[in-house]
Design a protein around this ligand. Structure first.
Ligand SMILES: [Zn+2]
Length: 232
């Protein structure tokens, strides 16, 4: 249930930011084509769920877009719209880098002297490729944070925990510990779950809104400690 739609002006409207009375007025006043779905640009209609959540839905039929593409497009629109609500301009599909060391970022924004990228990884990618792309951003002086689909996380966390054991404990389980957190300091990653309301899931039961997660990145409160990336 996307909370974001494209407007006629080509900008995003975030349903979460619209007060309930305005949402009802907009529902009554909008005509076909005023809003388009972020997944396939089909006409969108305004809806309110039984729980009072405001969202956009396809006017006709089901969406023909593959689920991983829906996730990718909706995710990008969320990042851009939530940053816009904080007064931060965020661009999509930005290329950069030098010579053979180039990259194309899903989303890119600037805060003070920092350049920040949020990559939305829809399909399986080997850990070494995540790290390689991460290093490429670092060489360009860019901070990169990753979001992945819930479907990808198990395999990914298996790989990062193996890597952490290799780096820190000679490939073995940490001595004297019954468990350890699996993430790496040079690879910030979290899950973007698109349910009734989009959420960022960190390890365990930690749930945040997309806005809370982005705000923590902007304010440098999204930090690594002992195998975890958490909001402080
Ligand atoms: Zn669609």
């Amino acid at each position: 249930m996307p909370s974001i739609a494209l407007t006629r002006e080509g900008t995003y409207l975030d349903a979460d930011q619209v007060p309930q009375s305005s949402w009802e007025a907009l529902k009554a006043a909008s005509v076909m084509g005023d809003f388009l779905m972020p997944c396939c640009r089909a006409p969108a209609i305004l809806k309110t769920s039984l729980n009072g959540v405001q969202f956009f839905a396809h006017l006709a039929d089901e969406c023909a877009t593959a689920p991983e593409t829906v996730w990718h497009r909706e995710g990008k629109s969320l990042v851009v719209a939530k940053l816009a609500s904080m007064g931060i301009d965020c661009a999509e599909e930005v290329t950069g880098g030098l010579a053979r060391d180039t990259w194309e970022a899903d989303t890119l924004f600037r805060v003070g002297s920092r350049t920040v990228v949020v990559e939305l990884q829809r399909s399986y990618q080997h850990l070494r490729d995540y790290i390689r792309r991460q290093e490429r951003y670092r060489r360009s002086g860019v901070e990169c944070y990753w979001l992945t689909r819930p479907e990808n996380i198990r395999t990914l966390v298996k790989a990062t925990s193996r890597e952490r054991m290799k780096r820190e404990w000679g490939g073995k389980f940490p001595p004297g510990q019954s468990s350890f957190s699996p993430l790496l300091p040079d690879f910030p990653v979290a899950i973007l779950a698109l349910g009734e309301q989009a959420e960022i899931h960190s390890l365990g039961l930690v749930r945040n809104t997309v806005e809370e997660w982005l705000r923590a990145i902007v304010e440098q409160r999204y930090l690594y400690n002992d195998g975890r990336w958490d909001i402080r």
